[in-house]
Write a protein that binds this ligand. Structure first.
Ligand code: FE
Length: 339
C-alpha cells in the first residue's frame, strides 16, 4: 500500500458516506415536500389518502407559520419545499408579499374555490373555512338579544363580554375585515365599545374564553367555530351556542386555512396537482372534517356536527383584505386600548 493510497481511500469512503447521508435527508426526487403550519394530526390523514390514491409520496415538515415563511425566503432557489399550508388569510397574504408563493393557472381551482376565498393573483387558495362569530351562554342570553359584532358595544353588555387577546392573528384579521367593511373610524368605535364592555382581562385563547362563559364570568364572546365545535364534541350539553353575527348586514367574518405552491418549488407541477385534488369535494369534506371546519368548496358537505350549527351568510369580502389591513388593525386595536 503506498503512503498516499490510504488517505485517498478514506476520503472516498467518507464522500460515499456523506452522499448517502445526504440522500437519506433529501427527499426522493419525486417526493413532494410540504411546509405545514397546520398540526400533523390535522393534515396527515388526508396526505396519506392522497398517497394511497395516486402513489405520490409526501414529506411533511411542520412548524409555526412565521419560521416556515422565513425559511422559504432564506432558502430561496435551494428550497426543497413545493407547497406551503397554513391558517389565516393574512398569513398567506404576507407570504405572497414576500414572494415565496407563485401564481398558478388552474381551471380546477378556479372552479372549486370561490373567488373571495383565494388570492386575486392566484398565489394561494383557501381550502377550509372557519367563521369567527359570537358565542353565548344559553343560561343567560337569548339569541334575539344578539345581532352584529357592533351590537356587542351596546351598554347592555357592560361587564358581560369576554375577548381573546388582540395579539391573536384571528382577531387582527377580524378587525382588518371590519375596517374593510366600515372604515377605520367606525371600526375604532366598535373596538372601543368592546373594550368598555369587557368582563375580564383578555384571554390567551378561544377555549379558555368559552370556559369563562360556562363558569359565569361573562355571557358573550367572539370565537372561531371549530374551537366551539371541539368543546361541543367533548360535552354535547355544554351551555353555549354559536350566533351568526351580522346576518342583517354584511355577513359573518370568515377566515381560511389554505395553501400555495412555492416560488422555487422543485416539483411545481405535482404540487399543483395535489392542490387541485385537495379542492375536490371528497378531499374537501375530509379535510374540513378533521378540525370541524367548513369546506371551502360549496360542492362539499361539512361534517354533521358542523352542519347542525345552521346555514349562515358569510361576508363576501375577499379574505385577502385581512392581510392588506392587518397593520392598520393592529394600530387601531392598540389605540383603542384592546390588549
Ligand atoms: Fe386555531
Amino acid at each position: 500500500m503506498s503512503i498516499h493510497a490510504f488517505p485517498g481511500r478514506l476520503s472516498t469512503v467518507l464522500i460515499a458516506a456523506f452522499v448517502s447521508l445526504l440522500a437519506a435527508c433529501a427527499p426522493a426526487p419525486s417526493e413532494l415536500v410540504v411546509y405545514s403550519a397546520r398540526n400533523e394530526e390535522l393534515v396527515k390523514g388526508i396526505f396519506d389518502r392522497y398517497t394511497q390514491e395516486t402513489g405520490q409520496k409526501i414529506q411533511l415538515i411542520t412548524d409555526d407559520a412565521a419560521p416556515l415563511i422565513q425559511r422559504l425566503a432564506a432558502e430561496g432557489k435551494n428550497s426543497p419545499a413545493d407547497l406551503l399550508i397554513t391558517v389565516d388569510a393574512g398569513v398567506l397574504w404576507h407570504a405572497a408579499q414576500l414572494g415565496v408563493l407563485r401564481p398558478i393557472e388552474s381551471a380546477t381551482l378556479d372552479a372549486n374555490i370561490p373567488e373571495h376565498l383565494r388570492d386575486p393573483q392566484n398565489r394561494w387558495f383557501g381550502l377550509t373555512v372557519r367563521a369567527r362569530t359570537i358565542v353565548y351562554s344559553t343560561d343567560r342570553v337569548k339569541p334575539e338579544d344578539l345581532d352584529s359584532y357592533e351590537s356587542l358595544t351596546d351598554p347592555k353588555w357592560r361587564g358581560k363580554l369576554c375577548l381573546r387577546t388582540s395579539k391573536s392573528v384571528y382577531n387582527q384579521s377580524l378587525v382588518a375585515m371590519l375596517i374593510a367593511q366600515h372604515g377605520e373610524e367606525t371600526t375604532e368605535k366598535i373596538v372601543r365599545g368592546w373594550v368598555a364592555n369587557l368582563a375580564a382581562p383578555v384571554f390567551a385563547n378561544d377555549t379558555s374564553l368559552m370556559q369563562a362563559i360556562v363558569a359565569g364570568q361573562c355571557d358573550v364572546g367572539i370565537v372561531n367555530t371549530y374551537y366551539f365545535g371541539r368543546l361541543q364534541r367533548d360535552d354535547p350539553k355544554i351551555p353555549l351556542r354559536l350566533f351568526w353575527a351580522d346576518q342583517r348586514g354584511s355577513g359573518t367574518h370568515v377566515n381560511i386555512s389554505g395553501a400555495g405552491v412555492t416560488t422555487n418549488a422543485p416539483r411545481a407541477e405535482q404540487a399543483q396537482k395535489f392542490l387541485e385534488w385537495l379542492s375536490q369535494p371528497g378531499a374537501q369534506s375530509m379535510f374540513a372534517g378533521m378540525d370541524l371546519e367548513f369546506p371551502a368548496s360549496p360542492a362539499a358537505q361539512p361534517a354533521e356536527q358542523v352542519a347542525a350549527w345552521g346555514e349562515f351568510k358569510p361576508s363576501p369580502l375577499n379574505v385577502a383584505r385581512a392581510g392588506e389591513l392587518q397593520p392598520a388593525a393592529v394600530r387601531l386595536m392598540d389605540r383603542a386600548g384592546y390588549l
